[in-house]
Design a binder for this molecule. Structure first.
Ligand SMILES: Cc1ncc(COP(=O)(O)O)c(C=O)c1O
Length: 456
């Protein structure tokens, strides 16, 4: 097979500022060893997130010029609404400024004390919004999804038996909805199979519960279904996306991922009463229902992005370039969540640094070293992001300690990715020198964004 190439030419470029290791040592110290607190200008390759970091296409930029900035009933809203409906077929489309705004509205209405929201794995903002409402966020990932070293096709699947047990134990009156996150960001960017979505739907039907998708990476998930699930080889990506959404009653979406834009999101809903309540809240927190926290030009860019993202050539390049990085570093022994996910490579920090216990944040140690060694910014997804304290103040760790290398869409070339691989391999070779960290400052929620650390 011929080399898979980037399916675009570059029309506009942004210079990268290079730093030396000496400079980076000072910068990292000043940032309290938290890359979220480093200025973007001081980063060579930014793999902190794939969210809002996409390069927009010429057609999206042209759409920006066409944005209708009318307060009510703007033309751009109707293009946005029709692009979202084409994929989701949901009835009520509510624009929000990003994914968490959609989550905030949804869980303010359906959440609250005594309620439970099951999911394969809640993303951190989803969990925060569920918990902020007073409800409990329940993760019901299948067992294989928790084993980083095991290669399997659909490690994002929900454990359907556990879901049913949970519903029986908890009572349907306490579960306002069930959610599935596609792909499963916090569990390695792993896809969910169509069969699993159907099975979860069947359980929801049995207990009369609505099913919502956390749809941020719906197109990447659809590409994995096409590649890996029998019966979908010859279906178009759009058809697969439409089938995925057909089993759902609603969705929250961060357009900053698979709508290929820098800001945007939506809440899509079939239930009229819920849509009405959501729109009322939207007006208080986001804006009028036909712009909801976005400008007309943003709505245009989302509408075009949703068309572009279902292009199979784009998705092939996207998924293969992530896999390329994964294969290069695993060939040198670097432990990652297998197989490579859609939008990111997740280094398994427990196996990378077996001598640094979870309480000393092995993931954070790798994150800092990748920045020092090559100016690469990544993020810890482990005890820093999800750790809690028990009554005695001991850190209670999640099951996995990960470092995420998220690949922005259409931004970096293959030589950038080669550079990343070289740096990761270099850090891995010198892993015996890495030390743990302790937190010296932290916020009560979502502490990873602002916490400061000291090296042990
Ligand atoms: C699975 C998932 N859900 C929700 C969100 C929140 O979206 P936003 O950052 O647009 O608020 C993200 C963002 O990374 C995500 O990955």
């Amino acid at each position: 097979m011929k080399t898979i190439i980037e399916p675009f030419r570059i029309k506009s470029v942004e210079p990268i500022r290079f730093t030396t290791k000496v400079e980076r040592t000072k910068i990292l110290k000043e940032a309290g060893y938290n890359p979220f607190l480093i200025d973007a200008e001081d980063v060579i390759i930014d793999l902190l997130t794939d969210s809002g970091t996409s390069a927009m296409s010429a057609s999206q930029w042209a759409g920006v010029m066409e944005g209708d900035e009318s307060y009510a009933g703007s033309k751009s809203f109707f293009k946005f609404e029709s692009a979202v409906k084409k994929i989701t077929n949901h009835e009520f489309i509510i624009p929000t400024h990003q994914g968490r705004a959609a989550e905030k509205i949804l869980f303010t209405i359906v959440g609250g004390k005594g309620k439970y929201i099951p999911n394969n794995t809640h993303f951190d903002t989803t969990r925060a919004n569920v918990e902020f409402s007073g409800a409990e966020a329940i993760d019901l990932l299948n067992e294989i999804g928790k084993k980083p070293e095991v290669k399997a096709d659909f490690k994002g699947n929900m454990d359907v038996e556990k879901l049913e047990e949970f519903i029986k134990k908890t009572g349907t009156e306490n579960i306002p909805l069930v959610m599935i996150t596609v792909t499963n960001n916090s569990g390695g960017g792993q896809p969910v199979s169509m069969q699993n979505i159907k099975d979860v739907r069947a359980v929801c039907d049995k207990y009369n519960l609505p099913l919502f998708l956390d749809a941020c990476r719906f197109a990447e998930n659809a590409y994995f279904i096409k590649m890996r699930e029998k019966g979908y080889e010859n279906k178009s990506i759009l058809e697969i996306c439409q089938e995925m959404f057909s089993y759902s009653d609603g969705a929250t979406m961060s357009a900053k991922k698979d709508a290929l834009v820098n800001i945007g999101g939506f809440l899509s809903i079939n239930n009229q009463e819920l849509a009405l309540q959501s729109r009322n809240l939207l007006i208080v927190t986001e804006g009028f229902p036909t712009y909801g926290g976005l400008s007309g030009r943003d709505l245009e860019a989302v509408a075009k992005g949703l068309e572009e993202v279902v292009d199979e050539n784009y998705l092939q390049y996207r998924i293969k370039s992530t896999e390329y990085l994964g294969n290069k570093i695993t060939a040198e022994g670097v432990p990652i969540i297998e197989p490579p996910g859609g939008h990111a490579i997740y280094i398994d920090a427990k196996r990378f640094l077996p001598n640094v216990p979870p309480q000393e944040f092995p993931g954070q140690s790798i994150v800092c070293e990748l920045y020092l060694e090559g100016g690469i910014r990544t993020v810890e997804i482990g005890s820093v992001m999800f750790g809690k304290y028990d009554e005695e103040g001991n850190v209670v760790s999640p099951s996995m300690e990960l470092v995420r290398l998220a690949i922005p869409r259409r931004v970096y070339t293959q030589s950038h990715i080669d550079y990343v691989a070289e740096v990761v391999i270099e850090v891995y070779k010198n892993r015996d020198r890495l030390k743990g960290y302790k937190i010296i400052e932290e916020a009560p929620m979502l502490r990873h964004f602002t916490a400061r650390f000291e090296q042990l």
